[in-house]
Design a protein around this ligand. Sequence first.
Ligand SMILES: Cc1cc2nc3c(=O)[nH]c(=O)nc-3n(C[C@H](O)[C@H](O)[C@H](O)COP(=O)(O)OP(=O)(O)OC[C@H]3O[C@@H](n4cnc5c(N)ncnc54)[C@H](O)[C@@H]3O)c2cc1C
Length: 439
Amino acid sequence: MDMIKTDQTIAYHKNAPISGAWDVIVCGAGPSGIAAAVCAARLGQKTLLLERYGAVGGCLTLGHVTTIMGSVAKGGIRDEILALLSSKSSATAIESEDAKGLLVDFIQANGVTFRLQTPVVDTVVSDGAATGVIAQTQNGLVCFGARRVIDATGDGYVAAMAGCETMLGRDGDGLLQPVSLMYTVDGVDKASTLFCKHEEHYTTLPDGREYISLCKQAEKDGVLPKNVTIVRLYATGSPGERLVNATQANGINPLHDGDTERAEVLLRSQIARINQFLRAQIPGFEHIRTRGSASTLGVRETRRIKGRYILTAEDLIEGRRFEDCVVHRASFAIDIHNPSGGGQSETDGRPHTTKPYDIPMRALQPLHIENLIVCGRCISGTHRAHASYRVMNIVMAMGQAAGVMAAVSNQTETPVSELDYADVKRALLRQGCTLHSAD
Ligand SMILES: Cc1cc2nc3c(=O)[nH]c(=O)nc-3n(C[C@H](O)[C@H](O)[C@H](O)COP(=O)(O)OP(=O)(O)OC[C@H]3O[C@@H](n4cnc5c(N)ncnc54)[C@H](O)[C@@H]3O)c2cc1C
């Protein structure tokens, strides 16, 4: 790893002058942040990637979310990352342990300097523009100056610290999608063909019982934890394994101090109960054991920044095109895990479908704060739209857009809010993205 040199850091002092030591700082090394950092570095930007935990990958690795879902138009960094992780299709699970190393190698090979175990705690704003971030290091708080800052924290943390306006939760009650801990079991009888992708994926067990009805009944009877009305079982690369997407805590706001901890404790205990249900009731699952689990809570939804455009569910359902498209033909259902119960919130079964839609550059540009770009699940959109574009294929494409926007903004010496889309488009096309198609 490239080491941070002392001349690239500025001892933290609220009033210390900030110099632009880094061209681009990306905060958060999840799927969107990795894409952003690599794409900025490829455009010659001296790029620093800051991550609070000890491995890169965000939900993909530390969250044990090993199924990369959704799709975007062909080309761009997402294709490279999928090839790197050997994910052949959106339905194929990747090996999250391997991904930790492969992604670090990828970041380094592309000339990005990165720091792990370095949480960003504040944003430095000067004359209405983000000019750096303050991070916790072993030497105490350090201020890293930058010409452009990218918030890829998932939580919109940097934007919020900069004073950007943000939105939270669904209309009406402000509730968020539930949090979960993902985990994998092995020891499944290799002859078992039981998989369950969503609430309408009905399967009859060898003894004639229907699997999803069985889950619902088990929740009613208190065998499964409250609101765990479905135990989704995804394929991994191995026939004797399943990735389990089932644990669920409602009413948690990860932005409230103590809520995350409370959920982590609750969900660890749910894993044992869910496994007990599977062992006792599902033929072929008698000998399962937990093979791996998320190192940290899986958070589906927190802040969404208010940007120059707010993407809506209607845009997605209609498959809307935008003049300033930076992600083309994004596609995934409006998958709202019920904020106030089990299953989906808007339908009993399969989530609402969308038509392939565009994401405009404006949804990555926060209002009122200059030189800050947001990517990943915290871009500007409604609660319902977010439930679609938050998946990993789509956030990686957003990351590429953010990295390119930051680079172009520096190269043309144009504030982020005044970026000329034609310049951004040219740079994204050069990086292999498809931004328009005949339809
Ligand atoms: C339980 C669950 C199941 C899911 N299932 C799927 C699925 O099957 N398929 C799919 O494609 N998507 C799935 N998703 C959604 C998807 O994983 C996320 O929406 C996506 O990873 C978001 O990417 P991101 O880069 O925006 O954020 P994240 O992946 O959350 O990454 C953010 C990174 O920023 C870091 N960070 C945060 N704050 C700071 C800070 N202050 N300083 C430094 N670093 C910071 C974090 O540690 C993390 O590494 C699921 C999500 C959850 C929670």
